[in-house]
Design a protein around this ligand. Structure first.
Ligand SMILES: NC(=O)C1=CN([C@@H]2O[C@H](COP(=O)(O)OP(=O)(O)OC[C@H]3O[C@@H](n4cnc5c(N)ncnc54)[C@H](OP(=O)(O)O)[C@@H]3O)[C@@H](O)[C@H]2O)C=CC1
Ligand SMILES: O=C(O)C1=N[C@H](C(=O)O)C[C@H](O)C1
Length: 265
């Protein structure tokens, strides 16, 4: 069956890659794109988009009404991603959201909405298989080594911190680790935030530098030993097999799935 897909954010780093991937896949059809700059033209007429005879919409409601897609792939920014996800569920369109910056409350609210609408939805903080394995391996390691800090590094155009991957990693670790204050009980920060963000006692550090793409280290400490797990995305193509998998999975899912870890043994 041909899956009809719309992509929001088609001029972005990720959106461009997603458009190319969808065009390559025999069972996927790119039905339209949603952009905030262009409206009512074809992609090939818009600067910064692939040269395709595919309509561009500014208004996502109008797009979903006219195109009637199966799936929305959202790769925009936190505020837009949340709004698009809600609208997709309202229109009966299955969202695959790679956009990050969702809080625990956002996830809870969207889970209820997907449940209420009885429709599949996926929020994937990271589509790269290596990053998904890093998250799963971190959860496994945390059962045995419960002192852990996360260092994530990204390009300096990133809007959200900590990264969605770091948040999901910390949440997975917290499923197997009791809340624990780490470091010296009397430690003090002479400079604010020197110890990074805190989630259930874990420390999370966000680096933003030009030249970086997406990188994460999870460092575990024990008596006389450390264990470092690390993943690097060196380009955005690394995310595309995961986007493809998420589109296929969301067609067979009911309710919201947060993280592709659930699909990997
Ligand atoms: N889950 C994963 O594996 C990955 C997730 N990401 C996440 O994906 C998101 C996008 O990342 P990236 O591609 O690098 O970012 P970019 O800034 O390159 O692209 C975002 C695009 O979204 C567009 N946009 C913003 N608002 C709207 C709107 N209302 N309607 C339509 N388009 C809009 C922007 O337009 P304009 O150019 O006009 O600003 C821009 O073209 C981020 O949240 C990032 O964290 C990134 C990589 C991997
Ligand atoms: O903004 C990015 O680039 C990325 N965002 C995601 C995140 O916040 O974890 C995934 C990946 O790290 C790239």
């Amino acid at each position: 069956m041909m899956i009809k897909i719309i992509v929001a954010g088609p001029r972005g780093n990720m959106g461009k890659e997603a458009v190319s991937m969808i065009e390559r896949e025999a069972d996927f059809e790119l039905s339209a794109v949603v952009d905030r700059k262009y409206d009512g033209i074809m992609m090939k007429e818009a600067e910064g988009m692939a040269s395709l005879q595919v309509p561009v919409y500014k208004d996502i409601d109008k797009c979903m009404k006219e195109v009637n897609p199966d799936v929305l792939v959202d790769l925009t920014n936190p505020e837009t991603g949340k709004m698009h996800l809600r609208k997709a569920l309202e229109h009966g369109v299955r969202p695959v959201v790679g956009t990050t910056g969702f809080t625990d409350d956002d996830i809870r609210g969207l889970t209820s909405l997907a449940e209420e609408k009885q429709i599949g939805a996926i929020i994937a903080p990271n589509f790269a298989i290596g990053a998904i394995l890093l998250m799963k391996l971190s959860k496994m390691a945390a059962k045995h080594m419960d002192d852990v800090e996360i260092i994530e590094q990204h390009h300096d155009k990133k809007l959200d911190a900590p990264s969605g991957t770091a948040m999901k990693t910390a949440q997975l670790i917290s499923e197997v680790r009791d809340e624990k204050k780490q470091g010296h009980p009397q430690e003090e920060e002479a400079w604010a935030h020197a110890r990074g963000a805190e989630y259930e006692g874990m420390r999370i550090h966000s680096v933003r530098l030009p030249g970086k793409v997406a990188h994460q280290e999870v460092i575990f400490g024990g008596e006389g030993q450390t264990l470092t797990l690390r993943h690097d995305s060196l380009n955005r193509t690394s995310f595309m097999p995961g986007v493809k998998m998420a589109v296929e999975k969301v067609m067979k899912t009911t309710g919201l799935v947060y993280g592709l870890d659930q699909y990997i043994d």
